[in-house]
Design a protein. Structure first.
Ligand SMILES: Nc1nc2c(ncn2[C@@H]2O[C@H](COP(=O)(O)OP(=O)(O)OP(=O)(O)O)[C@@H](O)[C@H]2O)c(=O)[nH]1
Ligand SMILES: [Mg+2]
Length: 216
């Protein structure tokens, strides 16, 4: 079962903590997506984020209580260095553009460059085309364009609408699963390494014992 809110669990107990960072140009809907996901609300008027904000949400994924600490960065140019400073400790990034704004789509590669400069190589990223409901404003970036860019960047892609709640929960679940999978793969690799080390230690002990046996 993935993505269930932990209504029955004490708020402060969790198995894993994942830090996610929302990035993308101003006005693409980062705050709207986060508020839709964490608070189940949508605010039609635009209140641009100043500096940084965050929400916490604990979910149950594959039997693990995962606490998501989701950082909502400000897209305005003057806050870009603040945003970048949060990449270093992040496990996952949601890179958002607005399907009704070609400019925000073109900026995606610049955001990728910033991530590459500051974030760990292991960071998991999803490309998000938000506002796909777009009735009042016209869509200018077709879904296929978003998909093609994501393919080029070798990252998953989703179109979302914070307004209609389309794909929002799925988006956060997807990035959580990606981080979890990498973590489990890493743990499995480390366990394998431990087994090899133990086997080697056993072999050395056995050799020593055999040598003693031969002397006797
Ligand atoms: N139609 C539609 N409007 C949206 C959607 N998401 C956000 N908006 C609107 O777009 C505007 C900007 O949304 P925000 O979430 O504040 O944008 P932001 O990316 O956080 O912007 P900064 O904080 O300046 O970086 C607001 O008026 C939102 O109501 C959506 O999915 N559909
Ligand atoms: Mg915002």
């Amino acid at each position: 079962m993935a993505g269930n809110d932990l209504v029955d669990f004490p708020k402060n107990t969790y198995d894993l903590l994942f830090r996610l960072v929302m990035i993308g140009d101003s006005g693409v809907g980062k705050t709207a997506l986060l508020l839709r996901y964490a608070d189940s609300t949508f605010e039609p008027s635009f209140i641009s984020t100043i500096g940084i904000d965050f929400r916490i949400k604990t979910i149950l994924v594959e039997g693990k209580r995962i606490k998501l600490q989701i950082w909502d960065t400000a897209g305005q140019e003057q806050f870009h260095s603040v945003a970048s400073s949060y990449f270093r400790n992040a496990h996952g990034i949601l890179l958002v553009y607005d399907v009704t704004s070609a400019h925000t789509f073109m900026q995606v590669t610049r955001w990728i460059d910033r991530v590459k400069q500051m974030a760990p190589d292991t960071i998991k990223m999803v490309l998000v085309g938000n506002k796909c409901d777009s009735e009042e404003t016209v869509r200018v970036i077709e879904k296929a364009k978003g998909e093609a860019l994501a393919k080029e960047l070798d990252i998953p892609f989703l179109e979302t609408s914070a307004k209609t709640d389309y794909n929002v929960e799925i988006l956060f679940e997807l990035v959580t699963m990606m981080i979890l999978e990498t973590m489990e793969e890493k743990n499995a690799a480390e366990k394998k390494k431990d087994v090899v080390v133990l086997q080697k230690q056993d072999e050395v002990l056995l050799q020593k014992r055999n040598r003693k046996c031969c002397k006797n």
